[in-house]
Write a new protein. Sequence first.
Length: 287
Amino acid sequence: MKKHIDKKFILALIGLFKSEDPRERDYLKTILHRIYGKFMSFRSFIRRSINNVFYDFIYRTEQHNGVSELLEILGSIINGFAMPLKQEHKDFLRNILIPLHKVKVLSQFHQQLAYCVTQFIDKDQSLGTIVIGGLLKFWPQISSSKELLFINELEEVIEITPAEELLTITQPLFGQVAKSICSLHFQVAERTLFLWNNEIISTFTSENRSTVLPILYPALHKNSKNHWNSTVHSLTFNIIRMFMDMDSTLFEQVSGKFDEEYQDEDSKNNVRTERWRTLQMIAARSA
């Protein structure tokens, strides 16, 4: 068999993953995985070849039928990585798995991608902050369905990232959570508020409430006053009540400070509006 299986054969095999037939891709997945397990001398080459497919997919075509199958193979490969992780493997996470989140067709392979990412964090928990930073970098701005996928993955990653690591990115992490709480798409806002049903997130919030509450309060206040969806309203009040029960003194301090800043902002807006009205009147007289 070694006579026939060489690098040229492997490249041709990986090229066939473009097939539109899922049955063919499934067979190819099994064959490539067995070659990877049987021929140790080709392992590095197979990983590099798959990486090249992903580079082409991410940065050039955004079209490839076999991404989910290739990620399934990689999920098994990552599971077998020895500790400590080589720099080559960490680079694969940073340069390929994280940028894969930005493609339009993420929903086609998100489950397999999320599995690969969580496998890395299980191997090395310090990578959790890198993954969260990548998710925040590529966070969708106009696709609510894609944002729901990101929120689901974010919850999984937070669950397996140590609290001391999360502390280093509390500001950007909960800043994005606050934006999603205010989303006009009710499913996004609802799913974000459901994060506090997770005991790990609830505990982290409680232990670091003095940092988290000032970030979240403006979004919670806005939702309680303006959000159009009744379910989101109800969930928002539940979170507000949770913070009040947790530390009423802190809640009063944060809400009082916000009210002062809010009033100051209203005063500035009124002054600005009055100035524009005066300028318009002057311009009208000059005309």
